[in-house]
Write a protein that binds this ligand. Structure first.
Ligand code: NAD
Length: 478
């Protein structure tokens, strides 16, 4: 399999040198240096912002039909390189190969979906108050966009921004995560190969604070979109707000799962273990707080403990690995600290609880029972393989705990009762609710949170709306 070094892309060309020197990409499974890559800063961000103006003029003038052809061609090119792209993603992020491949192919599907959606950015004709008037509303692209993405889904989170932005006619300066720039670069290369005018997309990374300060302040940039932590969301939304730029913020969550007394544990247990430990728990919509009604509590804990202890943890490049390492050393120490705090405050480790070995950022799939609301892990987004289980007396108590935090991204509930289902969907405060399953992010459906989980939606028609603005022409026609 070919391995290629990712380089920043500016003006359609790969830059082998950058203003801030170089940085290393680390394989989280081995801690080996994968590659030494250029490190960009304010200089590259300013240049990319400047070029994005011309890119925007060219791209927004192109018909949606022609834009769509380039996007669909890109999706095909992406499918052709799925094996190489997945291997690179696994080496940089640690996630198992099968998950990396699935993410890459899903990102190509997402691009296809927006390629079509861009052709349906309909305006409207509004009935007027006088026969000699005509009110027309067009939907115009907002302008050049600065997009910031995290390392946990290095292709999907990029595509959630690039695809709708391009579909709407916007140019993009993409700052991908420093840990995992490979997928963003591959997407950029594929778009260029498919005929994207060179100035429509730049791909950079390096010093996040310098790049984001530059792009948020740049007069050329009209919108800032971030997928990342609530902490960085506050920074970027404030910086963009200073310049009155539009924002979309897809931030962290602490997603409750309510397991009602009538739920069927035969399906609830395997699903909980599968989705909790996917991507080592480093998923913004990962189920985190399992709130189990008392009658099922003991059996649920026993079931998930058995399932978690059987998971095969290892290098994602091995075909039989079910859970890889955490992506960064920082994540590993954070998870260790959260588990230790929970135990110190009375939680019980049913399985796991420790780092595996001393090379690679591996942590055991962990089930903690007897969780209580004051423990750190029940308040901070864990973003790791910790299944936190807490018994609840009834659905009202479960809803009170579910809604206790300022986050509101995904929520989940398992029940076979219609009235319980209705009670939960009416009572939960979140952007999304999964009933009897955990599948959330699809091209067709909106995805986003409330409160500290962010503002605005990606996915679905809402995802493209975020890159369009209404333009009214009020005409006297007589
Ligand atoms: P992060 O907030 O540390 O970084 C996100 C991006 O912002 C990176 O590209 C980072 O370099 C950049 N950034 C820009 N300015 C920055 C600054 N001044 N300081 C630091 N970084 C800056 O997030 P992460 O650790 O890469 O990703 C994990 C977080 O992302 C979790 O909180 C997770 O829940 C969230 N996430 C949310 C969604 C969603 O759709 N809601 C999806 C995936 C991940």
């Amino acid at each position: 399999m070919t391995q290629s070094t990712p380089y920043p892309i500016i003006d359609g060309a790969e830059r082998k040198l950058a203003s801030l020197g170089t940085m290393d990409l680390i394989n989280p499974a081995t801690e080996e240096v994968l590659a030494t890559v250029p490190r960009c800063g304010a200089e590259e961000a300013s240049e990319a912002a400047r070029l994005s103006v011309e890119g925007f003029a060219q791209w927004s003038a192109m018909s949606p039909f022609d834009r769509s052809k380039i996007m669909r061609r890109t999706a095909e090119l992406m499918r052709d390189e799925a094996d190489e792209a997945a291997a690179e993603m696994t080496r940089q992020s640690g996630k198992p190969l099968v998950q990396a491949r699935g993410e890459w192919l899903a990102s190509a599907d997402l691009l296809d979906w927006y390629a079509e959606e861009g052709r349906r950015a309909y305006g409207r004709l509004i009935p007027t108050r006088a026969s000699d008037m005509r009110w027309t509303v067009q939907r115009r692209p907002v302008g050049p966009v600065a997009a910031f993405t995290p390392w946990n889904f290095p292709a999907w989170t990029v595509m959630q921004k690039v695809a709708p932005a391009l579909a709407a006619g916007c140019s993009v300066v993409l700052k991908c995560a420093e840990e995992t720039p490979g997928s963003g670069v591959r997407i950029g290369r594929a778009l260029l190969a498919a005929g994207l005018p060179p100035r429509v997309l730049s791909v950079i990374w390096g010093d996040p604070a310098a790049i984001s300060a530059t792009l948020c302040a740049a007069p050329e940039i009209h919108k800032v979109t971030l997928t990342g932590s609530t902490r960085v969301g506050r920074l970027l939304a404030s910086a963009a707000g200073q310049h009155l730029k539009k924002v979309t913020m897809e931030l962290g969550g602490h997603n409750p799962v309510i397991i009602a007394r009538d739920a069927d544990l035969n399906s609830v247990v395997p699903l909980a273990a599968e989705f909790k430990f996917r991507n080592a728990g480093q998923v913004c919509v990962s189920p985190t707080r399992f709130l189990v009604e008392q009658p099922l509590y003991k059996d649920f804990v026993a079931g998930v403990t058995e399932a978690a202890s059987k998971l095969r943890v290892g290098d994602g490049m091995n075909g039989d690995t079910q859970m890889g390492p955490l992506t960064t050393a920082g994540q590993l120490s954070k998870i260790e600290a959260l588990a230790a705090d929970a135990v110190q405050r009375g939680a019980k480790i049913e399985t796991g609880g420790s780092r595996i070995g001393n090379r690679g950022y591996f942590f055991q799939p962990t089930v903690l029972s007897g969780m209580t609301p004051e423990m750190d892990a029940m308040n901070e987004e864990p973003f790791g393989p910790l299944m936190l289980v807490m018994p609840v007396e009834d659905i009202d108590a479960a809803l009170a705990e579910a809604n206790r935090l300022p986050y509101g991204l995904a929520s989940y509930a398992f029940t076979n009762s219609l009235s319980t289902e209705r009670k939960i969907s009416e009572g939960i405060n979140a952007g999304m609710l999964g009933l009897n399953h955990y599948v959330m992010a699809m091209p067709e459906t909106p995805f986003g949170g409330v409160g500290d989980s962010g503002m605005g939606s990606e996915g679905g028609i809402e995802g493209m709306d975020a890159y369009l603005r209404p333009f009214l022409v009020s005409a006297k026609i007589a």
